[in-house]
Design a protein around this ligand. Sequence first.
Ligand code: GLU
Length: 447
Amino acid sequence: MNVQNIMTNLEAKHPGESEYLQAVREVLESIEEVYNQHPEFEKAKIVERLVEPDRIFKFRVVWVDDKGQVQVNLGYRVQYNAALGAYKGGLRFHPKVNESMLKFLGFEQIFKNSLTNLPLGGGKGGSDFDPVGKSDEEIMRFCQAFMYELWRNIGADQDSPAGDVGVGGREIGYLYGAYKKIAREHSTGALTGKSYGWGGSLMRPEATGFGAIYYVVRMLKEKGQDIAGKTIALSGFGNVAWGAATKAVELGAKVVAISGPDGVCEIPGGITKEMIDYMLDMRASNRNKVEDMATKFPGQAKFTAGKKSWSVKCDIACPSAFQNELSEADAKELIANGVQFVAEISNMGCQAEAIHAIQAAGIPFGPGKAVNAGGVATSGLEIAQNAQHYNWTAEEVDQKLHKIMNDIYDMCVQYGKQADGSINYVKGANIAGFMRVANAMLAQGII
Ligand code: GLU
């Protein structure tokens, strides 16, 4: 494989799909050396097959808002690769959703899901529907309209969507209710992130954030350090930041920043349990304003409009909101302020130049597809419980999640260890994830 040739080809075929091209380039650059040691991969054109999704469904979603007006959105499901199992990945509801964004997310999902060692293929979907300012009834009607189209293409052994940005427990509830009604099947594994009591797994809401902190703990341990007493800057205030803050505080760390599209909330004394609980209310309000935290806790949180979390001095920076949210300039500011570790909890949270700057400064960098894999891993555990018609305890799920994250960490070290003893976690995660998929594709023939 020659990465430049493949990229030139893809750029011509998919012009303007910048997120997709960025995600593909990162993976290909990481795996090039290993790939070229395997002529059987080249012969079977594994990379050429991997970069294109198996198929993409694109559909119109029509619904009626609270004023009685008809609204039209676009819906998508990208079924990317099923070498390891049925397609699996979240749904994102955000006005910026387009094919490029969902292709990048679906592509990342293939390798992330592979890292979990569970039988999960890669997929992603969503809509340009904007949940901000929508009533509960509008969200329900949109979810039902979305499922009118999608239901035929999902199922526990076919494709199992879950949440992502803009899609949480409430949305999954409405989506699953609509699915059941249309498909006339109580097939719980067709969606994950369900609530406990009707097929959901305990610990699924916490899983992405908890798993990320388990991974970060290992990154610190590698350097002989402990998370207790460390300051952490998170971005966003959604499900992922909530889970990460909960576990970080439990382990004695201090979360000193969260953020929103409106600006940053600095919390010099560290986030408290009450503030973490309030993050859930902020998300449920659909206002999408982090300023609400400072209004509610005036003495403890200070809001600055237009600033990001990366302007706050911290030991560990964890992007946990959206792709490309941490730029090269942000990375330089973090480095100048003494950051010691960076771990992406959002998918592709850092721009390529930011990763290069962080790595060049000798700062360990954990990539999203490894760090945030605990979410989809616990979705895999939810499907396993659904298939057994059984529920595991929170302790059982957490134990399995912790083991999966430790195994992912070990694989990243195994494939990412450099000649000078340092660990390139990006390379490690990409190679480890790729090898399992490539070998499965080889074994299953030219399809
Ligand atoms: N959206 C999450 C991710 O990026 C979870 C996907 C899932 O649970 O299927 O991995």
